[in-house]
Design a protein around this ligand. Structure first.
Ligand code: GH3
Ligand code: MG
Ligand code: MG
Ligand code: MG
Length: 305
């Protein structure tokens, strides 16, 4: 994790927003030896640059023509792309009423003008480090350690987001449950470490078969995976199932004690239309699991949706 922190820290950037060129130049001189620095002189430019460059921190002047600092902060905090970027207000106006307005707008800190070189450097460093650590931790808790794909925690988080769009718009939604066939036999034949390596391979084959950015695969449990497919009807879900099964079959990972002789998977799925998509994921999982059960009893290496 420390390596990752180091790497991200070296690439971090700061957006400085101030309508006075002298202040901008001073901050730029202090920060540019350490970070990539973007400079904006008004609110519109600040929002545009924040959306475009996704800086790791924003230093925001309060008193400006047009949109002032707190207005800008409210806009940034309302957009999903910029809401997690920490904002530090840089100001000479520090009375309580103004301070409260800034905290309410969502800032993480203040720096007073005239700017002190050491305070600016260390406040910025501290907040950037904190932001990067939070991002790393957030991504780690959502990843399965073995296969490096999303885990069940991520599935719980992503399901409501995935179905929301489809429920509101007249869109289909499909969910697939994948289970490796005769995997206990594989472990018994080749050992647990080979089993782990096969899980990694299967996860990667499934992931590579997904073509849309909104499709995602999760490790659900031991040798079980779940795929969420927003905007996908029954035909689409069947096409993808076929694609994954044939991708795995063409890899011919040996599982010699089975009838077919290599590792296969079975897929059970469910498709819903718009308002019919259940808010409770367990409902969809149960239907997919029942479909999977049918395939297991029907010779495996196939799908049923
Ligand atoms: P079926 O075709 O009916 O799915 O049979 P199966 O043997 O795959 O199913 P079962 O549920 O009986 O066994 C699943 C096996 O998956 C049990 C366990 O040995 C293996 N397994 C689960 N998680 C892991 C893991 O993280 N690593 C390894 N190597 N094996 C695992
Ligand atoms: Mg100003
Ligand atoms: Mg299983
Ligand atoms: Mg199995």
């Amino acid at each position: 994790m420390l390596d990752l922190l180091d790497e991200k820290y070296k690439k971090s950037s700061v957006l400085v927003v101030d309508d006075e060129n002298l202040s901008l130049e001073l901050s730029n001189r202090i920060l540019s030896p350490l970070f990539t620095v973007y400079l904006a002189t008004n609110g519109e430019q600040a929002i545009e640059y924040a959306l475009c460059y996704k800086p790791d921190l924003i230093l925001l002047d309060i008193m400006m023509e047009g949109l002032d600092g707190t207005d800008i902060c409210y806009v940034l905090k309302s957009k999903p792309e910029t809401k997690n970027i920490p904002v530090i207000f840089v100001t000479s106006h520090y009375e309580d009423k103004m301070q409260m307005k800034c905290w309410k707008a969502g800032c993480v800190d203040f720096i007073t003008k005239p700017i002190n070189h050491l305070t600016l450097t260390h406040r910025v460093k501290t907040h950037i480090e904190h932001k990067i650590k939070t991002e790393i931790l957030e991504s780690l808790i959502k990843k399965d350690r073995l296969t490096n794909i999303s885990n069940r925690f991520a599935l719980d988080e992503d399901y409501p987001v995935a179905i929301n769009y489809c429920q509101r718009n007249l869109a289909y939604f499909s969910l697939l449950m994948i289970d490796i066939d005769d995997f206990k036999l594989f472990n018994d034949t080749y050992g647990h470490t080979s089993g782990d390596n096969t899980l990694i391979k299967v996860a990667s084959i499934i992931k590579k078969s997904l073509s849309r950015s909104t499709d995602n695969v999760y490790r659900f449990g031991g040798e079980e995976f779940v795929i969420l497919l927003p905007n996908t009807n029954n035909t689409g879900a069947e096409m993808l199932s076929k694609k994954i099964i044939s991708a795995l079959n063409s890899n011919r990972i040996e599982n010699k004690k089975t009838k077919i002789g290599y590792v296969t998977i079975s897929i059970g799925g469910v498709t819903y239309f718009s308002k019919n998509i259940p808010n409770d994921m367990v409902e969809a999982l149960n239907v997919a699991d029942n479909a999977l059960y049918k395939i297991k009893g029907n010779g495996k290496n196939s799908y049923f949706i």
